[in-house]
Design a protein around this ligand. Structure first.
Ligand code: XMP
Length: 319
């Protein structure tokens, strides 16, 4: 049985051995896996690593800033932050089909990343935060026919196209082990314990057309929901919690006026691997309090609902 300190030391030696004096590029997503991989690789090879954060503008409130300040500020790791919000939002204009959103975002993400990798130049290695479950999943995908319910995007195909070799130091680890390694490497709790977040981001939490205005409305509501979850000490008991901005308007009253605004759905699930999930049962006064805060504080929302659907038959995300 290895301790995380031993695993860390062994991996550092392995990365040095694999990379030699070569240069490595690592794409950051804002999630735990890519952050842990990057910090570990940086510890092994220092300035030979450059991180690239393609910011599609579809992150939650404050998350892009957290990535930038963690890497540049806390760790002093060279980071290229590409603000591609306009590119992503203009390409999403008029797109309402969930899979079309994923395809566009996945493709654009790779295009932007590839451009940046070219600009950096001379890197022969691409680092990825691939985990053991990802390894098994991709094997079973090629093993037989499978029905794609939702296509998850990653940078598949890019290493071959750019003729790069992969550095995947987390390939033997499960999620909880990556978290332990992250703690060992000194990553802040807010990063290490973070709920999973889908690659296409808020785009698949805004059924219908994604606009800057709707992203901003959703970000505000989602931030209030998560703030209340954290202050009630429920964050770690939940697998994922998020808000979904519905393409439905409802009538309400506020003061002496009639309102006609968007409906928001709140979702929170428990799960061990994301394959099955149950709606989280909040204590009695929690949801009414969150609903009141959101309706009072976020312009554009006048009704809040809670989603009780299990997976299956539902999925965790709405799209
Ligand atoms: P579903 O909605 O299929 O989600 O029950 C299962 C888990 O996968 C995440 N998810 C995604 N992650 N790209 C991702 O990187 C995607 O397109 C995507 N769709 C869903 C979801 O947040 C949950 O953790």
């Amino acid at each position: 049985e290895w301790t995380m300190a031993e695993f860390r030391a062994a991996k550092i030696a392995e990365i040095r051995e694999q990379v030699g004096t070569g240069r490595v590029i690592c794409g950051l997503s804002g999630g735990v896996d890519s952050a842990v991989a990057a910090v570990l690789i940086h510890e092994a090879i220092g300035e030979q690593l450059t991180c690239v954060f393609v910011d599609h503008g579809l992150m939650r409130a404050g998350e892009a800033d957290q990535v930038v300040s963690l890497f540049r500020g806390h760790y002093n790791i060279p980071l290229v932050h590409v603000n591609a919000e306009t590119l992503f939002l203009s390409g999403l204009a008029g797109v309402t089909d969930p899979e079309a959103k994923r395809k566009f975002i996945g493709k654009t993400f790779i295009d932007v990343f590839e451009d940046e990798a070219r600009k950096i130049g001379g890197a022969e290695f691409l680092a990825q935060g691939t985990l053991y479950p990802d390894v098994i999943e991709s094997v079973s995908f090629t093993g037989g026919p499978s029905v794609t319910i939702k296509s998850h995007h990653n940078v598949g195909g890019l290493p071959e196209r750019m003729n790069m070799k992969l550095v995947e130091p987390l390939r033997e680890l499960f999620k909880d082990e990556v978290r332990a390694l992250g703690r060992e490497l000194g990553l802040p709790d807010i990063f290490v314990g973070r709920h999973p977040f889908p690659g296409p981001g808020l785009a698949i939490r805004i059924p219908g057309e994604v606009t800057k205005e709707r992203c901003d409305i959703l970000r505000k509501a989602d931030a209030i929901y998560l703030e209340e979850i954290r202050s009630a000490c429920l964050y770690d008991a939940i697998w994922q919690a998020f808000a979904v901005l519905l393409p439905v308007r409802s009538v309400g009253v506020m003061g002496d006026g009639r309102t006609y605004d968007s409906v928001l759905a709140l979702r929170a699930v428990t799960s061990t691997d994301g394959m099955t999930a149950e709606a989280f049962g909040f204590p009695g006064d929690f949801l009414p309090r969150v609903a009141t805060r959101i309706i009072n504080e976020v312009r554009g929302i006048n009704r809040v609902t809670y989603d009780y659907t299990s997976k299956p038959p539902g999925t965790i995300e709405w799209e």
